[in-house]
Design a binder for this molecule. Structure first.
Ligand code: SF4
Length: 328
């Protein structure tokens, strides 16, 4: 069995949220007792509505957001504390790509300078080797040589995101966490950037955590998918299994809204009720106020994430064939 590149066990992140200027402080469990692993070279899709904890999870995997409890191990070693010399050294091997490339880039620096920045900061390679790597990365992400000396505002949104991805690849990381990397781009550009990411991942053998609310995009890139609802995983399986036969009612609703090329959208399940509010988690199964199948037990008892058959795990009282709770 292949050893996990990164592994999270029992991760919990609690924020304090104040309602109004003088209101009561409410603890919000953004990520709640969550376990997962990512194998070398694998793409794990993380999906769920806004407020499900996806982005917090991504930052926790990189050690940027601290955990109240639980652990992250990278290459079998515990994640060092944020900001320490050990953590900064490890960041060479783990990179983050955000949604907004303009915010991620420094407006005062040229594109080439920013792509080579990780090599300069961590003192990797000789000067000539750095120049050669920047040129190679620009070619790999589809940027022209004459764009090396441009500034971020002189590029289109898609070109800026290509530059951000080139910078993330500069230090040859083993893991990239992509947080909604294409959701700010035009639909026509999204497909180009996703295809490019997939090609680069194959070429550089990088594991990727791909966070998105857009299941169309995730279906095109992920090997495996975890579905999050209010800080917890409610279903986990290979991408093929999730999209062909979702079992959790929440996953079924999400998947039913994804168009299949060349086929009319049929059997769409419209999610009822408000999107989840992390500050007021419902009792029992957190999805029960919106679930068309909810029964009495759903209102009182939290369903554990359990293996179902050989290919998936789901957290639902009504999913048949659930076995013991799973461990990451
Ligand atoms: Fe619906 Fe109950 Fe399953 Fe939750 S546990 S998804 S409320 S059927």
């Amino acid at each position: 069995m292949v050893a996990a590149l990164i592994k999270a066990e029992g991760l919990t992140r609690i924020y304090e949220m104040r309602r109004g200027l003088f209101g009561k402080v409410t603890p919000v469990r953004a990520v709640d007792d969550l376990s997962l692993k990512v194998l070398p070279g694998e793409t794990l899709g993380v999906v769920g509505e806004s407020g499900s904890g996806k982005s917090t999870l991504g930052r926790m995997l990189l050690g940027i957001d601290p955990a109240e409890s639980g652990t992250v191990t990278f290459e079998d070693k515990p994640m060092p504390a944020f900001g320490t010399a050990e953590w900064r050294a490890l960041r060479v091997r783990m990179q983050l790509v955000y949604q907004d490339p303009l915010a991620a880039l420094d407006r005062r620096l040229t594109i080439a300078t920013q792509i080579r920045e990780p090599l300069d900061i961590h003192n990797l390679l000789t000067k000539d080797e750095r120049d050669a790597r920047v040129q190679a990365l620009m070619a790999a992400v589809g940027l022209r040589p004459d764009q090396a000396d441009r500034y971020p505002h002189e590029l289109s949104g898609g070109q800026r995101q290509r530059a951000v991805i080139a910078r993330a690849l500069a230090s040859r990381p083993r893991l990239i966490v992509c947080d909604e990397p294409v959701s700010a781009l035009d639909v026509s550009i999204q497909a180009q950037v996703v295809n490019m990411l997939r090609d680069l991942q194959d070429e550089f053998q990088i594991a990727m955590v791909f966070i998105s609310h857009d299941l169309k995009v995730v279906r095109n890139i992920a090997d495996r998918v975890v579905v999050m609802y209010l800080g917890r995983i409610v279903e986990e399986a290979s991408s093929d299994v999730i999209f062909a036969s979702p079992r959790h009612p929440y996953t079924q609703a999400l998947v039913s809204s994804v168009p299949v090329p060349g086929q009319p959208l049929k059997g769409r399940m419209i999610l009822q009720g408000e999107p989840p509010n992390p500050a007021s988690r419902p009792s029992g199964c957190a999805f029960h106020p919106r679930c068309p199948l909810a029964t009495d037990i759903c209102r009182t008892t939290v369903p554990m994430l359990r293996t179902v058959g050989l290919q998936r795990a789901a957290a639902c009282h009504l999913v048949e064939g659930a076995n013991a709770p799973i461990a990451a």
